[in-house]
Write a protein that binds this ligand. Structure first.
Ligand code: PRP
Length: 180
């Protein structure tokens, strides 16, 4: 286990998952996805910024032909108080009648994913699945199913492997959590 403490701006972080442990988690996810999508050609939709490293490592382990689209999501409250508007930036492909797998780095409260699901369903994909590297069950406020969860974690702030603290730390090869 790595022991080094990483300092980013005003905070210190301690090792949580090593690159080898992350690799094992992704191997396991890929095994399950490869089994479920054998003979299909799903479109993977990865959510920027956080998921860029996870998505890159995951797709290398997939054994079926697939396309990948990297998109940004911008959500805001619409004019009606109950209405949320979710804009997808960068989705070029039509997802109508496609098998779509959303690739996220983390589902926390679940609000971002909920907006995204609602938005993508309007385009009538054949199927829509969610794959998230990390999941915080204590914070989750929604009731949809997350089809592929790499690891459920406690409610701790994490950085590294795509996760940032104020924009920094995404390039760390391991995942770290707040020291105290
Ligand atoms: C993170 C993460 C998810 C979202 C999860 O993105 O990548 O998209 O938060 O949180 P929720 O379940 O509470 O909605 P963030 O807004 O930090 O942007 P980033 O991916 O660019 O780091």
């Amino acid at each position: 286990m790595e022991t080094e403490i990483v300092k980013i701006k005003d905070k210190e972080f301690k090792p949580y998952l090593t690159p080898a442990q992350i690799n094992d988690i992704i191997e396991d996810l890929a095994r399950r996805i490869n089994r479920d999508y054998a003979g299909k050609n799903p479109l993977l939709v990865a959510i920027l910024n956080g998921a860029f490293i996870f998505a890159a490592d995951l797709v290398k382990k997939l054994s079926f032909p697939c396309r990948i689209s990297l998109i940004k999501v911008s959500s805001y409250a619409g004019t009606e108080s109950t209405q949320n508007v979710c804009e997808l930036i960068g989705l070029q492909e039509s997802i109508k009648d496609e098998d779509v797998i959303i690739i996220e780095d983390i589902v926390d409260t679940g609000v971002t994913m909920s907006h995204l699901l609602e938005r993508l369903r309007k385009d009538q994909p054949r199927s829509l699945a969610i794959c998230s590297l990390l999941f915080k069950p204590e914070k989750f406020t929604k009731d949809y199913t997350i089809d592929y969860i790499g690891k459920s974690i406690p409610n701790e702030f994490v950085v590294g492997y795509g996760f940032d603290y104020d924009g920094y730390g995404r390039n760390l090869p391991g995942i770290y959590q707040l020291k105290d």
